[in-house]
Ligand binder design. Structure first.
Ligand SMILES: NC(=O)c1ccc[n+]([C@@H]2O[C@H](COP(=O)([O-])OP(=O)(O)OC[C@H]3O[C@@H](n4cnc5c(N)ncnc54)[C@H](OP(=O)(O)O)[C@@H]3O)[C@@H](O)[C@H]2O)c1
Length: 332
């Protein structure tokens, strides 16, 4: 493993349109960052499994082919594995993540952190044993929320083990990032090499109208042909009009105006913003149910004008403020 001064090779690359994928964060466990006022009436495992299958089936029917989960999304990885085995679609791509464990054990009202981070070789080995069952549809294996504090980008044992998984299976190795220093972590990740080659092929990053701090680095990454997968495109739901966030009044008004023009909800406008402003390969819908998914997918039916993109882009929040507010969102 080496750290080199990394110059991103610039290629002429024709960027194809952004595809929408489905993320499983809200589908595999009874509590997540839910901003909506009305909790699910039935929080049993069987109800969640049934609902997850419905959302996965609808997504497939509507043409989605990428599905993202994590070892720590409650039963999210298991639901996706079972759905994948039963439906046996040959044209889907799956991605998952290692590095957090779900410890809430489906306890409603669980106090404390629902997921615990451990970026150790032991955790990687343990979680890979399960995640590898997603092969051969597994396309991308990601470090879940890589940080400087966890030391994962300097842990040569872990990086070499990921390099070995990549050589053995041919899948992409990726990482997800969160927090005010997403950009710095991405820059550091781009320097990581195993076997004299860059280790990371795929980058899952928060990008939305309020949080655009990674725009430049993501554009650079896109120019290399590596994969950019956008998460939290709706700022966990904060982009939908909500009286608890009165400081976004101006943004809500702009979204409302565009919603009327395109006859879609603010969710579709916000997803479309990511598609047209950044043009990543993938943006994840985090829909909790089929109704939300249908609304989200309306983003596929129109395009924002340059003027509209410029207006929305000007309504971003200050990065540190955005992440402080994100930290305060409750799991319920
Ligand atoms: N660190 C990481 O690696 C990481 C972190 C976060 C996410 N992710 C990935 O990214 C995916 C998407 O992120 P996300 O779900 O956290 O954030 P998101 O897409 O920004 O927000 C999703 C939430 O927005 C609300 N929503 C969506 N459509 C709606 C509609 N039409 N009407 C009303 N509310 C609507 C829902 O909230 P309610 O559930 O309250 O209704 C839903 O849970 C995840 O599933 C996961 O795969 C990865």
């Amino acid at each position: 493993m080496h750290y080199l001064s990394y110059k991103i090779p610039r290629q002429r690359l024709v960027l194809k349109g952004t595809r929408i994928g489905l993320g499983m964060a809200a589908l595999g466990r009874p509590e997540y960052i839910n901003i909506r006022k009305y909790p699910d009436p039935d929080k049993s495992k069987s109800a969640y499994k049934e609902s997850a299958f419905k959302v996965l089936d609808l997504a497939y029917e509507k043409g989605l082919r990428h599905f993202d989960t994590a070892a720590s999304y409650g039963k999210g990885e298991q639901f996706l594995l079972e759905w994948n085995q039963i439906r046996a679609h040959e044209d889907v791509e799956l991605s998952t993540k290692w590095g957090y464990s779900y410890v809430a054990d489906w306890e409603i009202g669980f106090r404390g952190k629902h997921e615990v981070k451990e970026h150790s070789l032991a955790k990687l080995k343990e979680q890979w044993q399960y995640s590898k069952k997603l092969l051969p549809r597994l396309s991308t294996y990601q470090i879940h929320s890589a940080t400087f504090e966890s030391g994962v980008l300097q842990n040569s044992e872990v990086l070499l083990a990921l390099g070995a998984i990549k050589s053995k299976t041919g899948i992409k190795i990726g990482l997800s990032v969160s927090g005010a220093n997403q950009e710095a972590i991405l820059q550091a990740a781009l320097l990581v090499e195993t076997n004299q080659k860059p280790l990371f092929d795929s980058f899952q990053v928060t990008y939305n109208i309020l949080e655009q701090s990674c725009h430049s680095v993501l554009k650079e990454i896109l120019c290399t042909g590596k994969t950019v997968m956008i998460k939290e495109a709706l700022a966990n739901g904060r982009l939908l009009k909500n009286e608890n966030f009165p400081h976004y009044g101006k943004l809500y008004k702009s979204l409302e105006k565009l919603s009327k023009k395109y006859r879609v909800g603010a969710d579709a406008i916000s997803l479309r913003f990511v598609m047209d402003h950044l043009k990543p390969q993938l943006v994840l819908s985090g829909a909790s149910n089929t109704t939300q998914l249908r609304e989200n997918l309306k983003a596929m039916d129109f395009q924002l004008t340059d003027e509209e993109l410029k207006c929305l882009a000007s309504l971003g929040a200050e990065t540190n403020y955005y992440w402080k507010e994100r930290q305060l969102l409750e799991w319920q």
